[in-house]
Design a protein around this ligand. Structure first.
Ligand code: SF4
Ligand code: SF4
Length: 499
């Protein structure tokens, strides 16, 4: 047992934790240990305190007044990836993620141990950037300038990157091309369904997604249109608040959630679609985030019920018959058809006749909203081997691991290989790879050992953080010539829309 420290900062933290931790959840844990093998930090260290059970025991000891928290307590909470792989493994349904957020929220109010650059970066990002769309656009513009003007070459050539901590240097090296204009600025806010309309969906465009992965947002719109959805992109939406919530900035997360609820309610949408597991996982938990706010709890429940990942919406509610077979695998004849789509569409939308999957209109084949349908690029028609790294939050919180696989298996000319331990976190975990680089690097190395074994060309994933981490892994392990990390939506778009 960690000895109690007298009063001061630790004493304040202890009081704060006693107030914020949900005691029912702490006592729900029956110490069975089923969660241990699922936990990446326990697997890496074998230390009980680095496991879900160990962390819950530490929190309960503080709540019971048996110990005051200290630096070691903080370290254990900070070492947790927040991947929530422990939750599906738990027979007692302990809401570990909620306990972690409560603990981190208290720590954030009283900590004295953050490194200076972590503190500075957090403050700048959480308060100064993410909540402000205009500033995110400016950041995108500045990054675009840096990347395309030759400045990057100059900075690297002069060795100036050495002034930054290693995790930031590594991240800079794999950042995709940034954009000054986001999805709305580039293609507008409303996009009608192709053919019969099933429902109206609101695209959650994200903050980092819309600066660094604007093309993925555009491709998401086109796939949704192809699958029969009107798409609106409410302009008043903002960052989801996930990074805030996972880092203990609860009030910041709540304020962002309120603004998103207003924006999507005003748009009158049937579904709210996310293409980033990390964002989506908070969107479906807005009801929990705002459960004690009488003014907003109703709106939060409305929002959470409608939030869904794009892959799940396409598979379970969409109508998408993708005639993606534009090239013939060696040794076969004729064109096959890959079907992705499904049947019942819930109470908020009308069902197509007989629940049949609609055929794509030959008149619009190859368009998918933007492509001219001309000769497909070789990359879109060659037989490829693909594999998939789960986004932890998509899998463990949104409980959506089947839908991405259904989509990947439906694509012609693509051989899907399951990645061993794809359900284990890649080490990205929001900004974990920046704040806990040693553990993140260790986890990534083990991940890449498994990735190598697949011999896949495309390593697909469904979250920007995971995607950047996979790009980093490919780079660090010298696999750039043999493999590409790509968002699942971009891969589907290439195979379905570009033909
Ligand atoms: S959230 Fe992930 S890292 Fe944290 S205790 Fe659960 S399984 Fe372990
Ligand atoms: S599986 Fe659940 S009940 Fe069992 S030790 Fe882990 S958190 Fe506690």
């Amino acid at each position: 047992m960690i000895p109690a420290s007298p009063g001061g900062t630790w004493g304040e933290l202890a009081s704060s934790l006693k107030q914020s931790l949900d005691y029912d959840q702490l006592t729900n844990c029956m110490r069975c240990g089923f969660c241990l093998p699922a936990c990446p930090t326990f697997r890496e260290t074998g230390i009980e305190a680095e496991s879900p059970r160990g962390r819950i025991a530490l929190m309960k000891a503080v709540a019971d007044g048996l110990m005051d928290p200290d630096a070691a307590f903080e370290t254990q909470m900070n070492h947790c990836l927040g991947c929530r792989a422990c939750e599906p493994a738990c027979p007692a349904d302990v809401k570990y993620g909620q306990l972690l957020e409560q603990a981190r929220s208290s720590i954030e109010m009283h900590t004295k141990t953050h490194r200076w650059w972590v503190k500075t970066l957090r403050k700048a990002a959480f308060d100064g950037m993410f909540p402000h769309q205009g500033r995110m656009r400016l950041l995108g513009g500045a990054l675009q300038l840096y990347q395309r003007s030759g400045l990057r070459k100059l900075v690297r050539g002069a060795g100036l990157m050495r002034l930054f901590p290693a995790p930031m240097r590594e991240m800079e090296a794999i950042l995709p091309d940034a954009a000054y204009k986001g999805v709305v600025e580039q293609i507008g806010a409303f996009h009608p369904a192709k053919g019969d309309r099933i429902a109206t969906v609101g695209l959650f465009r994200g903050c980092i997604m819309d600066v660094l992965f604007t093309e993925t947002n555009k491709h998401t719109v086109e796939l949704l249109n192809e699958a029969g959805f009107d798409v609106v992109i409410p302009d008043a939406q903002n960052c989801c608040g996930a990074l805030h919530a996972h880092s203990g900035e609860q009030e910041g997360a709540k304020s962002l959630a309120r603004r998103n609820i207003s924006a999507f309610e005003a748009a009158g949408v049937d579904w709210i679609v996310s293409n980033a597991g990390g964002c989506g996982a908070l969107l479906v938990e807005y009801d929990h985030l705002l459960h004690d706010d009488p003014q907003w709890s109703g709106g939060a429940a409305w929002f959470a019920k409608r939030a869904v990942d794009v892959s799940k919406l396409l598979v379970e509610h969409g109508l998408l018959q993708a005639s993606v077979q534009t090239a013939v695998p060696v040794g076969t004849q004729g064109a096959a058809t890959a079907r992705v789509g499904a049947s019942d569409i819930g109470s908020t939308a009308s069902s197509p006749a007989g629940g049949e999957v609609l055929a794509a209109d030959p008149g619009r084949r190859g368009s998918c909203g933007g492509s001219n349908g001309a000769t497909p690029p070789a990359a879109a028609v060659e037989m490829v081997r693909i594999t998939y790294q789960d986004s932890c939050h998509l899998r463990n919180v949104m409980r959506s691991s089947d839908a991405p696989r259904t989509l990947m298996r439906s694509v012609a000319n693509a051989e899907f290989i399951e990645l061993a331990e794809s359900d284990r976190c890649c080490g990205s975990a929001g900004i974990y790879n920046l704040t806990q680089p040693e553990m993140a690097g260790q986890i990534l190395d083990h991940k890449m050992e498994q990735v190598k074994r697949t011999n896949a060309y495309y390593l697909l994933t469904s979250n920007p953080g995971c995607l950047l981490q996979m790009k980093l892994g490919i780079e660090k392990h010298g696999m750039s010539g043999d493999m590409q990390a790509v968002h699942l939506v971009d891969f589907l778009h290439e195979r379905i829309c570009v033909r």
